[in-house]
Design a protein around this ligand. Structure first.
Ligand SMILES: Cc1cc2nc3c(=O)[nH]c(=O)nc-3n(C[C@H](O)[C@H](O)[C@H](O)COP(=O)(O)OP(=O)(O)OC[C@H]3O[C@@H](n4cnc5c(N)ncnc54)[C@H](O)[C@@H]3O)c2cc1C
Length: 411
């Protein structure tokens, strides 16, 4: 089985990598403990944007932390027991917030984001689910007047890299998204992107396609990974499998699996939440960001989804149910006509490094072991290009771009 690759974790990254490898004729085994793509890759906000290459660590963010944690909207929280891990991660995050670092990180994120819409459309071809990726703008809505909005570094970088940005006032904003509260006085519309009508259904369709291309999908919990003489031994509960090449794509759970191999990575589980209103009574035509509450709202197959929050806590800590009430109140404030009956409340884990960049590539000294994790806030959109890069690396082709920013040894 010289050509066999085993991928641990069937989230967006694992599935897209499997598809790209299968297209190259590589035999692939994809292992997940649950249905493919139904963890973090299912519950996100569905933004698929070539232009979301702006890291989380923006200049001056440190000044905003008290408001983010204790102000009116509170999109940021840290569980008390997580502080010892939070402090070194947070300091590294702040070191990445200089204007120079932000530009460097944006340069590194750009090639991962840029082809996302085209690659999803290519992957979905022939599945009958092409309609699940819909053209969209990204509406960044503000409660303040927008005169100086486009001077901000994030919009400046987007513009320099070719994004079509449109600054609109209240009347035009009401025309674009009539359901938004008149509290919003201005918006920046980022044109030329797409949104997922259901990230979970997209993942299921892509997993089906992978099966049809010959990918073996195994449902089993991975409990141990060991290097053996000619490759890797993977323990999945009762089962023991071997592989020449292994990709770890277990999202926020990847770090724990690697620890016994002596590989330590500063991966945080940055948890996010969504509330989905099945009988919303309003429809949005775009992805809409409430720039104060820091949530993204989008109309999906299952209703109107409002997704956001950055909660730092250990990967297996229970979800914080108190957030539901707060999120619902903020959603209702942004969309006064929203019908909030029978909401579905969900929590997922973003796999986040302090520089907002993923790890993509091999581990030095661990022949045949590859990383495909750490996509933080951007994993839905970055997954297809990550899959292409990993497929190149695993078939000994040199990717046609510099991948050093994603190196597994950079911390
Ligand atoms: C609220 C929220 C909103 C977001 N919005 C967006 C957005 O709009 N656009 C965007 O691009 N990104 C968004 N993201 C980020 C994006 O969802 C993630 O970056 C992405 O889903 C990560 O994909 P992944 O494949 O790395 O991980 P996951 O989807 O978490 O997949 C990991 C897989 O590993 C499996 N696994 C874990 N442990 C084991 C084990 N021991 N054995 C076997 N299998 C295992 C899990 O079952 C899972 O299927 C958002 C995230 C959140 C939380």
């Amino acid at each position: 089985m010289a050509n066999q690759v085993t991928i641990l974790g069937a989230g967006a990254v694992g599935i897209c990598t499997a598809l790209s490898l299968a297209e190259r004729g590589v035999q692939v085994r994809l292992i997940d403990r649950s249905d493919p793509g139904q963890e973090t890759s299912m519950g996100n906000a569905g933004v698929i944007s070539p232009w979301s290459f702006i890291p989380q660590s923006m200049p001056g963010i440190w000044k905003k932390i008290p408001t983010l944690m204790f102000g009116d909207y509170r999109p940021l929280s840290v569980r008390p027991t997580y502080w010892p891990r939070m402090l070194p991660w947070g300091l590294a995050f702040l070191r990445n917030s200089t204007p120079k670092r932000v530009e460097e990180i944006a340069d590194a994120m750009e090639p991962l984001c840029m082809p996302c819409v085209d690659l999803y459309r290519r992957h979905l071809e022939g599945t009958g689910k092409e309609y699940l990726v819909q053209d969209s703008a990204y509406v960044h809505a503000y409660r303040k007047d927008g005169n100086d909005l486009l001077q901000a570094i994030d919009y400046r970088i987007r513009k320099e890299k070719g994004a079509q940005l449109e600054l609109v006032g209240q009347d035009e904003l009401r025309r674009v998204e009539p359901a938004l509260s008149p509290e919003f006085k201005s918006a920046v519309l980022i044109h030329g992107q797409a949104r997922a009508r259901s990230p979970g259904l997209i993942m299921a369709a892509l997993a089906e396609k992978a099966l049809s291309l010959g990918v073996e999908i195994l449902r089993a919990p991975v409990t141990k990974l060991e290097q053996v003489e000619r490759g890797w031994r993977i323990t999945c509960g009762e089962k023991v499998l071997t592989a020449r090449k292994v990709v770890v794509a277990m999202g926020a759970w990847s770090a724990e699996l690697l620890k016994p191999l002596g590989i330590s990575v500063p991966l945080a589980s940055e948890r996010g939440y969504h509330l989905e209103f099945p009988e919303a009574g309003i429809e949005l035509s775009n992805s809409v960001l409430d720039s104060d509450a820091k949530f993204v709202a989008s109309s999906m197959e299952g209703g109107l989804r409002v997704a956001g929050q950055a909660e730092f806590a250990s990967v297996d800590a229970p979800r914080d149910d108190r957030k539901q009430k707060r999120m619902q109140a903020k959603a209702k404030a942004a969309f006064p006509d929203l019908q909030t009956g029978n909401p579905r409340f969900w929590m997922g884990r973003r796999p986040s490094f302090p520089d907002s960049l993923p790890m993509i590539g091999g581990f030095k000294g661990h022949d045949g072991l590859f990383a495909g994790f750490g996509h933080s806030h951007y994993g839905l959109m970055m997954a297809p290009r990550t899959g292409e890069l990993l497929a190149d690396m695993l078939t000994d082709r040199t990717p046609n771009m510099d991948c050093s920013a994603y190196s597994t040894g950079r911390f």
